[in-house]
Write a protein that binds this ligand. Structure first.
Ligand code: HEC
Length: 138
């Protein structure tokens, strides 16, 4: 009986070790394509080129988004390690070739681990953040 218990606890330890170890090294999933309805895709950014909005966007981005997306938008914020899905590289073509309307829609609605900000951040402030995220372009 004692031997059985010892074996069981050894097995439990091994199991705990492997779960922790594999969780630490789990590669992040690449995000699935994220379709955006046309009415959003073609929306104009109402604060485009507005310097004050850009400052506001920078402040709000650091407060709400940088924890996951990273200060430079590379997807490497302090919370990123805990995410199953890679949050994206905002400096690259895949992101920068999308319209402001697409960025606005995704921020508004969210998906999976990406929170939606509808009713949390006013629309005009989301547009300001969208403008700020253009500055991450390489
Ligand atoms: C808790 C972590 C987290 C926070 C906080 C967060 N995001 Fe995200 N974001 C993600 C993840 C994960 C994805 C990828 C989701 C997917 O594609 O399924 C994502 C995707 C996006 C995308 C789509 C990127 C693309 O490649 O098309 C945009 C735009 C975006 N986030 C903007 C923001 C903005 C703006 C904020 C702050 C207002 C923010 N996010 C806050 C985790 C986060």
């Amino acid at each position: 009986m004692k031997k059985l218990l010892r074996n069981l606890s050894a097995m439990a330890l091994v199991a705990i070790f492997f779960t922790t170890f594999s969780a630490m090294n789990m590669p992040q999933d690449q995000p699935e394509p994220w379709p955006v309805p046309d009415e959003y895709k073609n929306m104009e950014n109402p604060v485009k080129g507005d310097a004050d909005a850009l400052k506001m966007g920078a402040m709000l981005y650091k407060r709400h988004c940088a924890s996951c997306h990273g200060r430079e938008g590379l997807g490497d914020g302090p919370k990123a390690r805990g995410l199953k899905t890679f949050s994206g590289d905002f400096s690259g073509d895949y992101y920068q070739n999308q319209t402001d309307g697409e960025h606005f829609y995704k921020t508004l609605k969210g998906r999976g681990e990406m929170p939606g900000y509808e009713n949390k951040i006013p629309d005009e402030d989301i547009w300001a953040i969208v403008s700020y995220m253009r500055t991450f372009k390489k």
